[in-house]
Each structure stands twice: as C-alpha cells, then as structure tokens.
Design a protein around this ligand. Structure first.
Ligand SMILES: C[S@@+](CC[C@H](N)C(=O)[O-])C[C@H]1O[C@@H](n2cnc3c(N)ncnc32)[C@H](O)[C@@H]1O
Length: 216
C-alpha cells in the first residue's frame, strides 16, 4: 500500500497538531542532542523547529541562551508555558520566535550551537535551510543536524511520494553544508536510541555534527 500524504506539513498542519491537548512528542530532549551537546561549553543556541520546546528547555537548563524558532504559534505557546512551569530560571533564557524557515534565515556567525532536530523540508528548501544553518555557526561553534534517514524508507514502504522526499541522507546534509567549510566531526546513520517500536518505520537517524574553526 502506498500512502500519499494528504497535507503538505504546512503551517496549518503544525498549528492544528500542537493545538490538540497533551504533548505531540515525548516531552524529553532528543537523545542525540543530549549526548553530542553535553561536552560543549554553553553559549548562544538556535533550535530550529523547536516544537514543544523539550530541546530548548534542556539547553537553557544547561546554561545556554536559547532562541527557539518554529512555524507554529501553538507550538511556541505550549513550549513557553512548559518552560515556565518546569523551570522559570531556564525559561528566562529562552527567546521563542515564530518564523517560517523557508522565508527567514538566522544571522550569519551568530550562534555557538545551531541545532535542527527532525526538521524535514522538501528540496530545494532543505538544502537552502541547512546551508543557512551552517552559515549561522559562529567561530568555535557547532552545527548539529539530526533527522530520519531516507534509507529507512524502502521501495516497499507505505511512505512513498512526498513523505519519502522529506527524508534525507548523511550525504544530502554534507552536500548542503559543504560551501560553509565547517569541520565535520560526525557524519553517520545512527541506530535510534531508545529503540523504536517494531512497527515504526524509522530505525536510523542521520547525525551530522560540524564545527567552525575559532578565528585567530
Ligand atoms: C518533526 S517536528 C520536530 C520538533 C522538535 N525539533 C523535536 O525533535 O521534537 C518538526 C517541527 O518543525 C516545525 N516546522 C515545520 N516547518 C517549519 C518551517 N517552515 N519553519 C519553521 N518551523 C517549521 C514544526 O512546527 C515542528 O515543530
């Protein structure tokens, strides 16, 4: 069975999804963010597609000054309320902004950490976004891009057509960020942890971590 998407993952889709009661996601920070960012000294962080804010809140609790960007006002409202109820001190370190990243780019060299977790856009918007995120990394800073690996979407997958077009590979990310001349530290397809449910489509995450040399 081929399932074609009935929506375009546009703003209306995300607004409605986050308007439902309860959480759309686990409420926990993404495991790759925790493992790969824990060793870094805190500074200014940009979390693109911040959703319900679990990553932004975790970053703020670990000393980062965070900008959380999402297309959905309902996501940002939920994220802000969660941050304020969980940790008012950390909440003060987060600036929530409603932006459509297909129309907005972060300032170049402005962030010590730029994180995009499961930010899936169709081409050519994906390449444009990843390049602008790479450009936003400050000297000495880090880019972390994580997403569902396109290789999990096989030929027999129900997720073909537009949904499959949203997934990407390690090579897609490397090609997009190449002009920014970052030092690539990690570029791999990593088994998801915790292990997803057996009926889950996605078992691997693309993980690309890269840094910009400190200027001298
Ligand atoms: C799959 S969710 C991931 C949320 C969060 N990063 C996480 O890992 O739990 C993708 C997020 O990207 C946001 N998003 C989708 N398209 C966007 C766009 N064009 N500009 C900004 N945010 C967008 C959605 O509202 C949603 O919160």
């Amino acid at each position: 069975m081929v399932v074609h998407d009935e929506h375009g993952f546009d703003r209306d889709y995300w607004e409605e999804r986050y308007s439902a009661s309860g959480l759309a996601w686990s409420g926990n920070p993404n495991p790759v963010l925790v493992t790969d960012v824990t060793p870094l000294p805190p500074g200014r962080a940009l979390d693109v597609g911040s959703g319900e804010g679990a990553d932004a809140i975790w970053l703020a609790q670990h000393g980062w000054q965070v900008t959380g960007v999402d297309i959905a006002t309902s996501a940002l409202t939920k994220a802000k309320a969660r941050a304020e109820s969980l940790d008012p001190v950390a909440a003060d370190r987060i600036d929530w902004r409603q932006r459509d990243v297909t129309e907005w780019s972060p300032s170049p060299r402005a962030f010590d950490l730029v994180s995009a977790q499961f930010m899936h856009l169709p081409e050519p918007a994906r390449t444009t976004l990843f390049r602008s995120l790479a450009a936003a990394v400050a000297p000495g800073g880090t880019l972390l891009i994580v997403g569902h690996d396109a290789s999990d979407v096989g030929r027999d997958s129900p997720h073909q057509g537009h949904l499959a077009d949203l997934m990407f590979s390690v090579e897609d990310v490397l090609a997009a960020i190449a002009p920014e001349e970052l030092h690539v530290e990690v570029a791999e397809s990593r088994r998801r942890n915790p292990v997803p449910a057996p009926d889950s489509e996605f078992h691997h995450d693309v993980v690309v971590r890269a840094s910009r040399a400190t200027s001298i």
